[in-house]
Design a protein around this ligand. Structure first.
Ligand code: CMP
Length: 139
C-alpha cells in the first residue's frame, strides 16, 4: 500500500530566484499538508551524504556544488499516495521533458538546477525526512 508521506527540497535555483512562495502555493493547492519545514543551507559534507546514492555518477561533483550554492527549503509533506502524486506534480527530472503545468516545467532551469526534489519511494521519503527532522518536529 502506498504511504502518505513524501519529502521535498526547494533547491537553490528556486530559492534564490524568489520562487519559494509560488512553489509552496502549488504544493498546497495540489492537496499536500506541510508536516515539517526548514529554510537552511547544506554543507558539502551534508550534500554528499544526502546524495550518497549518486556518488559514482559523473554529475555527483556538480550536484554537490550546486546544492550547496544557496539556501534550500526542506519539507515533509502528507497526502494519500504522496510519493507518486508529488512526482507527478513536479514533473520529469529534465525540465524540457516535464509536462506542461508541472513545477519543474514552470520553475526549473536545467537538469541539475531543477527547482525541486521529490522522494522516489516511501522508504526513501522516511530516510530523507529523517535526514533533516526529528520525529518531534513533525506537526
Ligand atoms: P533529484 O531528483 O533531486 O535527485 C538527483 C539529482 O541529480 C536530480 O534531482 C538532478 O538535480 C541531478 N541530476 C540528475 N541527472 C543529472 C545530470 N545528468 N546532470 C546533472 N545533474 C543531474
Amino acid at each position: 500500500m502506498a504511504g502518505n508521506i513524501t519529502f521535498t527540497m526547494i533547491k537553490p535555483d528556486a530559492t534564490t530566484a524568489g520562487n519559494t512562495g509560488k512553489i509552496l502555493d502549488k504544493i498546497i493547492e495540489a492537496g499536500f499538508t506541510i508536516k515539517a519545514m526548514k529554510w537552511t543551507k547544506l554543507s558539502k559534507e551534508e550534500a554528499g551524504r544526502f546524495y550518497a546514492v549518486h556518488s559514482e555518477r559523473p554529475f555527483f561533483g556538480e550536484l554537490v556544488e550546486y546544492m550547496t550554492s544557496g539556501p534550500i527549503v526542506a519539507a515533509i509533506l502528507e497526502k494519500d499516495n504522496a510519493v507518486e502524486d508529488f512526482r507527478t506534480l513536479i514533473g520529469a527530472t529534465d525540465p524540457q521533458k516535464a509536462a506542461e503545468g508541472t513545477i519543474r516545467r514552470m520553475f526549473a532551469q536545467s537538469i541539475a538546477a531543477n527547482a525541486v526534489h521529490g522522494s522516489d519511494s516511501d522508504e526513501n521519503a522516511l530516510i530523507e525526512g529523517a535526514f533533516y527532522f526529528s520525529s518531534r518536529e513533525h506537526a
